[in-house]
Ligand binder design. Structure first.
Ligand code: ZN
Length: 235
């Protein structure tokens, strides 16, 4: 899975304009926020004695120049943010919320679950070692789950259960990384508002949002706030 993800990721980077973190402040911010979230997640799993969940992870955080409102994390820790997301995140804490959410999807294996569902739906046996990059049908399903360059219409959306789990842990990881989890509420309100236009953000296609999400987030807030220690250098 990580191998297939790496191939997709490299192709994506070669076909898109990646902004340099040494020359672009927003790209530097993406790298900074992402690194903090990744460290919080690594510390969390290590303390739990589950560090092997992150085996094979080599974190990378890239900002690509694109009007699309989107961000994702591939299995193996390859994270991409599109510049079109930044007017909606507006601040580092909200960006941390998004990255915490996306990284949780990857680390919790949500893509694998969706792939399994996709394979069952297409009558492909899930048993055994079928997840090899040589199988064209498997590749198609992989693309429908991850494919960063694919049309949104062909992507399989996350299940509601996966969304709540990613929101829950994303909030906690953001707080552990020193970002105010309260920013999640106005962020999702801005995202929902952006969804009211003619062309809803790509992010909303795979992350359907409604009032239930915000109510759930509010329900997770007190727990997340227990982990929240603001970092001085965070703005
Ligand atoms: Zn999600």
């Amino acid at each position: 899975m990580q191998e297939m993800a790496l191939t997709e990721y490299k192709t994506f980077l070669s076909q898109n304009k990646v902004l340099s973190s040494s020359e672009n402040r927003d790209a530097e911010m993406v790298r900074r926020v992402g690194s903090r979230i990744a460290k919080a997640i690594t510390d969390y799993y290590t303390k739990q004695g589950k560090g092997d969940i992150l085996n094979g992870y080599k974190w990378e955080f890239n900002l690509v120049d694109s009007k699309e409102v989107n961000a994702w994390c591939m299995p193996g820790g390859k994270v991409v943010v599109y510049t079109g997301l930044l007017p909606i995140t507006q601040n580092e804490a909200a960006l941390a919320i998004v990255l915490g959410h996306e990284i949780t999807h990857a680390v919790a294996g949500h893509g694998n679950e969706r792939m399994s569902q996709g394979m069952v739906a297409q009558g492909i046996g899930v048993a055994g070692n079928i997840l090899t990059s040589g199988n064209a049908q498997v590749n198609n399903i992989f693309n429908s789950v991850y494919a960063p360059g694919a049309q949104v219409g062909v992507l399989l959306p996350n299940s509601r259960k996966q969304e709540y789990e990613a929101d829950h842990f994303g909030l906690i990881f953001s707080a552990m990384a020193g970002y105010n989890p309260r920013e999640a509420i106005p962020f999702w309100q801005r995202m929902a508002q952006a969804g009211g236009g003619q062309k809803p953000p790509e992010f909303l296609a795979t992350h359907p949002s409604d009032e239930n999400r915000i109510a759930k987030l509010q329900g997770y807030m007190n727990e997340a706030l227990k982990y929240y220690k603001p970092v001085n250098s965070s703005k």
